[in-house]
Design a protein around this ligand. Sequence first.
Ligand code: PMP
Length: 413
Amino acid sequence: MTTNNISDLQARFDALKAQNLNLDMTRGKPAPEQLDLANAMLTIVDADSARSEAGTDCRNYGVVDGLPAAKAFFGEFLEAPAEQVFIGGNASLTLMHNTVMRAMLFGVPGSPRPWCKEPVVRWLCPVPGYDRHFNICREMGMEMISVPMNDEGPDMDRVAALAASDETIKGIWCVPKYSNPTGITYSDAVVDRLASMKTAAPDFRILWDNAYAHHPLYAENDSVKNILTACDAAGNPDRVYHFGSTSKITFAGSGVSAVATSPANHADLIKHVKMETIGHDKLNQLRHLRFLKDMDGLKQHMQKHADIMRPKFEKVVAILERDLADTPGVRWTTPRGGYFITLETAPGTAKRVVELAASLGVKLTPAGATHPNGHDPEDRTIRIAPSLPSLPAIEQATTVMALCVKLATAEKG
Ligand code: PMP
């Protein structure tokens, strides 16, 4: 039974302490069974089959922008022409980091000067958002401007007003589908406004991190309007870099990343990448092509992931509904894809919830991680990552977390 009486809650808390739990819901890592789904990739390329279907010896140097078959595959994956696709290494985060770093050092097509020569570079950060995006901005010395996320994407009135009025604002982070961490998907209207809005900076960039484009939890997948074609149609062809990877499709540590962008941005990227590598890992590209085959193969594979993830998400939501429906100021998202659920606690209690849960042996993502510089001004956002733990562990961890939410709320009075 649920109760909001502080001494009852405290008694339940003390009882749980004796259980010496050790549960981790901090990061969106795939569970071992999800990784097992791709084990065939470990043997799909061997000494006798290391040439691509077009005859390239994938063991050797070369092919700086990726095997043509990989570019064709990722063209469909990112909904872009193959010739505008660049294939990177194992992490799209590297592509994003290096895109920003190169812009700082050299600028991008259309930049009056390298960004590091500007007195200040500001960046729009929809919140709650992805901590590793914010870390990139912080490392580059950018000033982050938070803009609220709504159910359809970032608050576009704020984004458009800021971008139009401040030439030091050089871009925005976007996770357009099953967003990290709220799980929402951008509406067509948001995509159109991002593509067509006036920007004071001539070299404004959208970093479109479509990390969960192919990660529905159910049979049907959300769809997002094509940002590259929307930018093109609006006369801003160079505005966007569209990133993706197979990290949460095959092996999180050994996926293939890709970026699709305009011909001008693509040529600029290749010019710089040539200085850093003679070519990325073609054997891994070949493994992926042979294993996933095509987008139909990928979709079928992702349903196997969904079958593992869906019960975990549903379990979290069921427990939140069971235990927190009557707790004031608390709400949560019910995503239909992606890797995260966002829990909003009563203002001023998120840090305390995470601290209480930790003292019971349940590790949650640090409160504040969803905001620039680790600071959630309202201290109410908690990112829940249900993928890694087993279903029984999820049940225990979420029950503990819900108790900690009630206790922290009751402590606040
Ligand atoms: N972007 C987002 C929004 C993510 O949530 C993650 C993984 N947590 C990544 C990027 C990392 O992607 P990759 O493995 O391709 O670097």
